[in-house]
Design a protein. Structure first.
Length: 115
């Protein structure tokens, strides 16, 4: 079993930054891809970013490329999402996930971008 707990969400003005964290426990964290997803009100959950077990390979949704950076600390079982140049359309609940079929999810953290 894997437990994931996100933190770091909040209210930020357009153009601002936030760093989300996801603490993992329960299994071998460093063996799995980790990902961030988000769900805006009235929309389906969408992929944001993912990172390989070693941390050497990352991929991003086009909508966040160049603004968001995913990273991981395998020694402490944490994955991060650094979000810069935030836009109102980034407003959503952000989830971290892992597992061979993204079958483990955290409870989510709210990010609101508004002036």
């Amino acid at each position: 079993q894997v437990q994931l707990v996100e933190s770091g969400g909040g209210l930020v003005q357009p153009g601002g930054s936030l760093r989300l964290s996801c603490a993992a426990s329960g299994r071998t964290f460093s063996s799995y891809f980790m990902g961030w997803f988000r769900q805006a009100p009235g929309k389906e959950r969408e992929f944001v970013a993912r990172i390989s077990p070693s941390g050497l390979i990352t991929s991003y949704a086009d909508s966040v490329k160049g603004r968001f950076t995913i990273s991981r600390d395998n020694a402490n079982n944490i994955v991060y999402l650094q979000m810069n140049s935030l836009k109102p359309e980034d407003t959503a609940v952000y989830f971290c996930a892992t597992g061979t079929t993204w079958n483990y999810w955290g409870q989510g953290t709210q990010v609101t971008v508004s002036s």
